[in-house]
Design a protein around this ligand. Structure first.
Ligand code: PEP
Length: 249
């Protein structure tokens, strides 16, 4: 049985006080759920967030990390630094990292390898741009993103991988992929992984959908058989909305 996950990516939002207030509200309202619930606060608030949630089932994860062990990489954070404060899951490949910070497939492959070498879980994000979908290239783009970053992994690493399909045209735009479009792509992703590795790996990997998931559309998207939960941006910044999305899984 693969895990269900609802994860909130808080991006560059919420100062320390606001972070603690949101964590308190979330903890108080957290419904009973079989799903893993994760939040990704900004770096400066990760340590406090881990301490704040010490007695909670909500997991704190990181939005990014560098591939190097340590050294002269001003402004960057290593896997060991995350592990040292109790964080063992990291988002890699978010479309904003790709678009605004020049993270190529090659860089992302190095980050994935570095995180796995430290036994971390990787939430790997990928997805096509609007032009790719309009030109019917979306399957090829997704396949190449997966291939470039993940297909040279050994089969055993897949238990540490969580996939997050996020069509770029649906992120922060209010535009959501229809539940059918999400299902179609998730099924394609599973088929592609089955072809490159094996059917067991494809069946067991958790595939999240991300892109303008809201309380109003979460249940329908999550009801699709190959959608195992969501990576939530904007709606995870509000405790009531995030809790409603968790309830939808
Ligand atoms: C995201 O950035 O991962 C995301 C899905 O954002 P939003 O939910 O705001 O579209």
């Amino acid at each position: 049985m693969r895990s269900k996950i609802v994860a909130g990516n808080w991006k560059m939002n919420k100062n320390l006080e606001e972070t603690e207030a949101l964590l308190t509200a979330l903890s108080a309202k957290l419904p009973d759920t079989q799903a893993e619930v994760m939040v990704a606060p900004t770096y400066v608030n990760l340590n406090t967030s881990v301490r704040h949630l010490e007695s909670s089932t909500i997991q704190v994860i990181a939005q990014n990390m560098h591939f190097a062990e340590n050294g002269a990489y001003t402004g960057e954070i290593s896997a060991d630094m995350l592990l040292h404060i109790g964080i063992d899951t990291v988002i890699i490949g978010h479309s904003e990292r790709r678009a605004y910070f020049g993270e190529t497939d090659e860089i992302l492959a190095k980050k994935v390898t570095a995180a796995l070498a430290k036994n971390m879980r990787v939430m790997f994000c990928f997805g096509e741009e609007l032009e790719d979908r309009k030109s019917g290239n979306h399957f090829a783009v997704v396949e190449s993103q997966l291939k470039n970053a993940l297909f040279s992994l050994d089969a055993g690493s897949w238990s540490k991988i969580i996939l997050a399909y996020e069509p770029v045209w649906a992120i922060g735009t209010g535009e959501t992929a229809s539940p059918e479009q999400a299902q179609e792509m998730h099924a394609f992703i599973r088929k592609t992984i089955a072809g490159a590795f094996d059917a067991g790996i494809a069946e067991n990997v958790t595939i999240l959908y991300g892109g303008s998931v809201k309380p109003a559309n979460a249940e329908e998207i999550f009801s699709k058989p190959d959608v195992d939960g969501g990576l939530i941006g904007g709606a995870s910044l509000n405790a009531d909305d995030f809790v409603a999305i968790i309830k939808a899984i």
